[in-house]
Structures are given as structure tokens and as C-alpha cells.
Design a protein around this ligand. Structure first.
Ligand SMILES: Nc1ncnc2c1ncn2[C@@H]1O[C@H](COP(=O)(O)OP(=O)(O)OP(=O)(O)O)[C@@H](O)[C@H]1O
Length: 657
């Protein structure tokens, strides 16, 4: 596979992805923003971002923040006092007179130099300790802020493009907050060091400050040039790196493994991986060459600047315009001032890039307030008697306002203590209807009422507490089998008796017996002791979870899709028993034979309610939707021509005819 050595899309990417592999969510929009904006724009826009981070840090561990700030300040002061002490020690030593007498005069200053050196080390250690203590707490606080924001918003927020994008970028906020501590400390250290050196040099002689600038400029320029170049390259090449990563992820994924082997896809993917990597490596080599060249230029200019500086100092001291002691101290101050500068521009760059992600985290917090599920509301009865939909119209957030609504003027009733089945073709709105019933979405117009209380005004926590749900895509938690069931009622302490009962009712007991560690078996592949269940086994566990959760309303969406015929029958018998015990069951299923268990059937067609009634009555309707759907399935049970008996419908048909 020939790949183009340019920055464009390689032939492999063109073939595999149809072009460059760009993120939709813009999670890398901030990367390298410093290089894009330049130093001064960054310095101007940074203060609010830093304030956000400091607020986060103070919330995590205020004492540690104070410790780091005080230690850094102390270190700067110690450095400044140390330099002044060096100057007076040198002045005393280089003065005229008896050597012992000069040394005696220099002694207090020398002691001060030693004391400031020790203090500097102590402050440095204190700063390291404070930063080390702060970092994990800061990451934890930021992660908590992120997870809390994600968990407390309406479901609609998670489907809103803008909120979703913010959620994607803000996930980098927590590690960024952690890293900001060390970048921030490095910047403060460097700035204080530079300020101390500049202050001391200004006091010593007016010519010294320009000399410091002369030595500092080449290195700063070098770092800026390298950073900007790396940013430009990153923007172009990150997509290629991403494309290679997709290939390596796919090559090692468990789900892809059977097909990779049987269809022998491995060599094909490897060939393209190699081709994409070659492009990437060529770019890295180009960058390394340019960086080396810039480094050389910086070294030459820094060398010339240093030579000019030291020659000037020498000339001033030689000509008597500057005392030898001042020249000596100046050399030290210049070295101190320039030493930490190398990393400072880079640290500001990193600090800025990270602060943008922390800024996103803060924006997420504010946005989540707007999307939050309201706390409190009207009390929801413990055992509601009637749930009604009254002229409900609903469109999913972000869908075209002119398109047909997902639910269109739906009015229906759901009696309690009965089985109500929702029937309709794919996409007719059945799952959406139960999500509105459960208060996961609110109607655009009309109302869903529980004993007269609209879900929009109900206390949603109470509402959720009245529902047990087994969705089509119920959550398969990567936890133990036991937790996968008791998580149905995670507020209460786990109860073994209830667990066993729920498992028996759902037919999950034999599944558990077959697991290597029984209830303690981890249901996640890729981990030691992890075990994979079949679709039907998972479904039994999902049903057990809904039984474990004691709730007056049970919503089951295709509960038997992955179950064998015998198990399906058992599950419906259980559901029937539950309804007879007073539980309200809302059943969504495509298996018409299963609908005979229902007391009431609502038929949806493209978001509209088209029929309602007991299954027997609906089957008697000529040209009815329900009857048509039923007959399509019944026809599949027809025996082939020439068999002993004529066409026989599924059991439910026999019941109603
Ligand atoms: N989260 C969503 N955002 C936008 N549109 C959605 C969303 N979920 C479902 N839809 C759309 O709403 C319509 C109804 O979907 P719904 O899942 O309620 O149908 P259903 O009757 O349960 O279908 P199925 O029998 O296939 O499960 C479909 O056109 C679907 O594409």
C-alpha cells in the first residue's frame, strides 16, 4: 500500500474511513490552543480560567492551596534575600583591609546565605508536599463535579447535541485540573525567580536588567516557535494518529476476534496500520529535525547574549563603574533568572491548554443547573390507581420541528393491577410512550397523569421510585451477578431472601448455579474471573432485577426476545401472577401470541393511537391494525402444503377465535 508522504489523508485512511477521521464532538478543540492564539492573547484570557481552577482547588483542599502559595512565596523571598546577602558577603570579602577582619564582616551575610538556602529547600519541600496532597483531591473533586452534573440532568440533556459535546470535552477537566497544580507551581516558581532576579539586578545597576532580557529572549523565542510548530503539526496529524489507534483497538477487540480470524482480516488491517504509521513517523522525524535546528539557533543566540552580558559586566568592573561584588552577585542573579525560564513558556502553554478543559467543566456545571431534574414537586401516590395520557404530543429534543411527532395527540388510560400491552410496528412510539409514562421525558403538549398528578409537576424521585423497568437494552453492569440483581433496589441493604425469590421467579437460579463462583461471579469479560453470559441468561438476570425492585408499576419492553419457548411461557406466567397480585404491568412485545396475557391492548401506528381494547375484541375488528399484525404472524405457523392438518394459528389465535 503506497502512502502519500504529505500531510493529506493517506490512501489507507481514504479506503478505510472514506477520508480523514475527524471527531464530531470536538473533544480536541482545545488541544494546543496556546500555539494557535499566541502568548499575549493567552496571557489576557487566562485569568478567569485560573480563577475557576483556584476555586476548584480551594473547594478540594483549601489548606493545601494556602500551603503551596505560601511556600512558593517564601521560596521567592528566600531567593531574593539570599542574593542580597551574597552581594554584601562579596562586598565585605572584596573590601580592602585585613583578611580576618573582612571575613568577620562577611560572616553574618554568609550565615544569611546559608539560612536562606536552607529555608529555600524547606519551602520547596513544603510546596512539593502541598501540591502532592492537592492533586488527587482536586482530580476527585473535579470528577465528582462532572459525574454529578451528568447524573442529575434530564434524559433530554444527554441527547442534546450541545450538552453532549460539553460532556465529552469536560471529561478531560478532571485530569487537567490535577495537572494544573504542577504546571501552575512551575509557572509561579519561574515567575518569582525571574522577578527576584530582575528586582535584585535593578537595585544593583541599571544596565543589568536589559542584560537579563538579552539572555532570556532567545530561549523564550525558541520555546514559542517549537510550541507553535508542534501545534500546527498536531492539528494536521492527530487525525492520522487517531485512525491508527482505531485500527489497533479493532485488532485487539474481543468482539472482532472471531471475524478477524475466520475472514483473515488481520493481515489486511496490519498492512494499513503500517502504512498510516509510516506517515506519522515521517512527520515526527520532520519535527525532530526542525526542533534540533531551532535548538541550535537558540544555543548560538543564548551563547552570544551570554558573552555580551559577561563582557559588559567585565568591562564595567574593570573600568571601576561597577564594584566587583556587584558584578559577582549579578552573575548569580542572571543565572538564577534564566535557569527556570526555559520551562516557563512551556508551562504557561500547558497551564493554558489544561485550564480550557477545566473551564469546560465549569461550564458543564452551569449548564447542568439549567437541565437539572427539578427536586421536589407534588407527592405521587404509593399505589396509583390510574395513569392517563391526555392529548400527548412529543418530539425528541433536537428533531426537526416540522417532522411528524414521535407521539402525536395520544390519549389513553392504563388501569392498575392489570396487564396493558403496547403493540405496533418498529418505530411506532411504544418505548417512547413508556419513557414519558416513567417521567424520563415530559410531553411537549398534553399531559401524562398519575392519579391526576401531571408528571411535569410530580416529585420525579418519588415517581421513579414507583417503577421497575426491564428495557430492551437494560443495563448489563460489569459487576458480580449478585450486584446485577440487587442494584434494582440500591437504596436498601442487599437482602438474600429477596434475591433468591427474584432469581427463582425470573428463572435465573439455574443460570447462577452454572456460574463458576455463583452469585459472586464477575459478569465482565477481560478481567480475572470475569464471565460472559448468553443473551437469554442476561435477560433472566434483568427480569430478576425488576422483580427484586418492589414497585407498583412494572414496565417490560420485549422481556422475552432472547428467551427460549419454555422460558418465555414461564416469564409470562410470572407476569400474570404479578398482575393478579396487584402490580400494574405495561408490556411491550412484538410476539402477538404473548399479547393474549394482556387485559388491555393499545395499538400505535407512527406515533398515533389507532386501536384500544381487550385482545379478543381487537381481533374481531375487520381491517384492524392489531388483527393485521396478528395474522401476519399466524400465517408463519401455517403447515406446508400436504401436511395432515390445515393452517393453525398460534395459541393466542386459538383462544380468541
Ligand atoms: N432518543 C431518541 N432520539 C431521537 N429519536 C428517537 C429516540 N429514540 C427513539 N427515537 C425515534 O422515535 C421513534 C419511535 O421510537 P420508539 O423506540 O419509541 O419505537 P418503538 O415502537 O419502541 O420501536 P421498536 O418496536 O423498534 O422498539 C423512532 O422513529 C425512533 O427513531
Amino acid at each position: 500500500m503506497k502512502s502519500r508522504p504529505s500531510s493529506g489523508t493517506s490512501a489507507s485512511e481514504q479506503l478505510l474511513f472514506g477520508g480523514p477521521l475527524l471527531y464530531l464532538n470536538g473533544s480536541s478543540t482545545h488541544d494546543g490552543a496556546f500555539g494557535r492564539l499566541g502568548l499575549w492573547s493567552v496571557v489576557r484570557t487566562m485569568p478567569p480560567l485560573i480563577r475557576t481552577t483556584v476555586r476548584l482547588a480551594r473547594g478540594a483542599d483549601a489548606a493545601a492551596v494556602q500551603l503551596v502559595a505560601a511556600a512558593e512565596l517564601g521560596r521567592g523571598v528566600a531567593q531574593g534575600v539570599g542574593l542580597v546577602a551574597v552581594n554584601s558577603a562579596l562586598a565585605a570579602v572584596l573590601a580592602t583591609g585585613d583578611a580576618a577582619e573582612r571575613l568577620g564582616h562577611a560572616l553574618p551575610s554568609l550565615v544569611l546565605v546559608a539560612v536562606t538556602a536552607v529555608l529555600g529547600a524547606v519551602f520547596s519541600a513544603a510546596s512539593t508536599y502541598g501540591a502532592g496532597r492537592l492533586e488527587p483531591k482536586m482530580e476527585r473533586a473535579a470528577t465528582e463535579q462532572y459525574l454529578t452534573a451528568a447524573a442529575r440532568v434530564e434524559l433530554a440533556a444527554l441527547e442534546d447535541d450541545r450538552f453532549r459535546r460539553l460532556l465529552d470535552t469536560a471529561q478531560y477537566g478532571a485530569p487537567a485540573a490535577r495537572r494544573m497544580v504542577s504546571h501552575g507551581t512551575r509557572v509561579i516558581t519561574a515567575l518569582l525567580s525571574l522577578a527576584t532576579a530582575a528586582g535584585v539586578l535593578t537595585v544593583l545597576h541599571p544596565v543589568l536588567l536589559p542584560l537579563l532580557a538579552l539572555m532570556v529572549i532567545p530561549r523564550s523565542w525558541g520555546t514559542l516557535v517549537t510550541t507553535r510548530r508542534r501545534y500546527d503539526s498536531f492539528q494536521t496529524w492527530v487525525q492520522h494518529t487517531r485512525a491508527s489507534r482505531v485500527l489497533s483497538t479493532e485488532l485487539t477487540a474481543v468482539e472482532a476476534a472471531p471475524e478477524i480470524r475466520v475472514h483473515q482480516v488481520g493481515p489486511f488491517l496490519l498492512k494499513h496500520f503500517r502504512s498510516m504509521s509510516a506517515n506519522s513517523e515521517a512527520e515526527q522525524t520532520r519535527l525532530a529535525t526542525l526542533d534540533a535546528r531551532t535548538g541550535l539557533w537558540v544555543a548560538v543566540w543564548t551563547g552570544l547574549a551570554a558573552a555580551t552580558t559577561y563582557c559588559t559586566l567585565g568591562a564595567l568592573a574593570w573600568g571601576g563603574a561597577m564594584a566587583m561584588s556587584v558584578a559577582g552577585t549579578a552573575v548569580l542573579a542572571l543565572r538564577t533568572g534564566t535557569a527556570s525560564l526555559g520551562g516557563m513558556v512551556q508551562a504557561i502553554n500547558n497551564l493554558y491548554d489544561e485550564s480550557l478543559f477545566v473551564g469546560d467543566l465549569d461550564r458543564l456545571r452551569v449548564e447542568a443547573d439549567g437541565w437539572a431534574i427539578p427536586a421536589g414537586g407534588l407527592d405521587v401516590p404509593r399505589r396509583p390507581h390510574h395513569i392517563t395520557f391526555d392529548q400527548v404530543t412529543f418530539r425528541y429534543p433536537g428533531t426537526d420541528a416540522n417532522a411528524r411527532p414521535t407521539l402525536d395527540d395520544v390519549s389513553l388510560g392504563i388501569p392498575t393491577g392489570r396487564i396493558t400491552a403496547l403493540v405496533g410496528e418498529n418505530g411506532s412510539g411504544k418505548s417512547t410512550l413508556v419513557k414519558l409514562l416513567a417521567g424520563l421525558y415530559l410531553p411537549d403538549t398534553g399531559s401524562v397523569r398519575w392519579d391526576g398528578i401531571p408528571t411535569a409537576q410530580a416529585d420525579r424521585e418519588q415517581l421513579f421510585g414507583r417503577i421497575a423497568m426491564v428495557g430492551q437494552d437494560f443495563k448489563r453492569w460489569p459487576f458480580t451477578a449478585r450486584v446485577n440483581v440487587v442494584i434494582g433496589d440500591s437504596h436498601a441493604p442487599a437482602d438474600d431472601r429477596r434475591l433468591r425469590e427474584a432469581a427463582d421467579q425470573a428463572g435465573a437460579a439455574p443460570v447462577i448455579q452454572g456460574l463458576p463462583r455463583g452469585w459472586a461471579t464477575l459478569l465482565a469479560l477481560g478481567y480475572q474471573g470475569g464471565h460472559q453470559l448468553s443473551g437469554g441468561q442476561w435477560q433472566r438476570l434483568g427480569i430478576a432485577r425488576s422483580h427484586y425492585r418492589v414497585a407498583p408499576i412494572l414496565i417490560v419492553d420485549e422481556p422475552t426476545a432472547a428467551l427460549d419457548a419454555r422460558e418465555e411461557q414461564r416469564v409470562f406466567d410470572q407476569i400474570r401472577e404479578r398482575a393478579e397480585g396487584g402490580q400494574t404491568v405495561i408490556l411491550i412485545t412484538h410476539r402477538m401470541a404473548s399479547v393474549r396475557h394482556a387485559d388491555l391492548v393499545h395499538v400505535l401506528d407512527r406515533g398515533r393511537l389507532v386501536e384500544s381494547g381487550p385482545p379478543g375484541e381487537l381481533l374481531d375488528l375487520d381491517q384492524g391494525h392489531f388483527r393485521a399484525l396478528y395474522e401476519i404472524q399466524a400465517a408463519q405457523f401455517d403447515r406446508p402444503a400436504g401436511s395432515a392438518t390445515s393452517a393453525s394459528p398460534p395459541p393466542a389465535a386459538a383462544d380468541h377465535r
